[in-house]
Design a protein around this ligand. Structure first.
Ligand code: GSH
Length: 255
């Protein structure tokens, strides 16, 4: 195994949904990367609102990536997923053909302010009590999420096994990190019974390579439906995910 660090740096924490989407693609493709822990929202050292990080990503959000070899820096999970796939020729998850690619982009754009509301409506209020998210905002986010799930159930997933065809693409990774986190084996904060096609798709996504390694953090944290997890248990879940990640990355680097 080489002692040199991988060229690709991923900034973020495994508990972040969009960070997990990027981690999943890298696990799936067995690409070595270094995760540099950046705490979302913090102004402290290693915080996403610290001037050092803001100089890389002015939005102050995770994930971002940086390439040691080229100095290239990129923010926004969906831009990162598209870039990594294009740069590495992973056309199975992000087709080169314009119409097939546009179909993937369609979902990636739809995701924001629709499916992404799962975190605001159901997860953040439980794990970030400090944010004191008003109930009216939570309820609006949940209503938007449910309309989005209805569109997936009757539209996208009513016709094909995965969102954009019979094989998973980066659209599925982006969608699953939001929707999948709500399942009984993870946070257990949502009932999928009204969405049978979404439930079928969630089961299929468990079989996509990299699923388990990406979701160590949620398996470790477990059910949060009754009781909010402590900051310590969130920190420990992130650390457990980090240690599994290090084992995996050592394997990839040795290949
Ligand atoms: N649209 C962004 C959203 C990223 C995002 O919301 N990240 C959260 C963590 S899950 C964050 O960095 N929050 C910190 C902050 O806004 O200060 C993306 O997809 O990359």
């Amino acid at each position: 195994m080489s002692d040199s660090k991988p060229s690709l740096i991923l900034y973020g924490v495994p508990f972040s949904q969009p960070v997990r989407a990027v981690m999943w693609l890298l696990f799936m493709k067995r690409m070595p990367f270094e995760l540099v822990m950046i705490n979302p929202g913090s102004k402290g050292d290693n915080g996403s609102r610290n001037p050092a990080y803001l100089a890389k990503n002015p939005a102050g959000t995770i994930p971002s990536i940086e390439e040691r070899d080229t100095g290239f820096v990129l923010g926004e999970a969906h831009a990162i997923l598209g870039y990594l796939a294009s740069q590495n020729g992973w056309t199975d998850v992000y087709p080169a053909e314009p119409k097939a690619r546009a179909a993937v982009d369609w979902y990636l754009h739809f995701h924001h302010r629709n499916i992404r509301e799962a975190s605001l409506g159901l997860v953040a209020p439980r794990i970030r009590k400090d944010l004191d998210i008003p109930e009216v905002m939570q309820a609006s986010a949940r209503a938007t999420l449910m309309r989005g799930l209805e569109a997936l159930d009757t539209g996208w997933l009513g016709h094909t096994k995965f969102l954009c065809g019979d094989e998973p693409t980066i659209a599925d990774l982006a969608a699953y990190v939001e929707i999948g986190q709500l399942q009984p084996e993870f946070t257990n904060v949502f009932d999928f019974t009204p969405y049978p096609q979404v439930a079928r798709w969630l089961a299929a996504m468990h079989e996509v390579p990299g699923h388990d390694d990406t979701h160590v953090v949620l398996a470790e944290l477990g059910d949060i439906s009754e009781e909010a997890p402590s900051m310590d248990s969130i920190r420990n879940a992130n650390l457990r995910a980090l240690s599994v990640m290090k084992e995996r990355l050592a394997e990839f680097s040795a290949e």
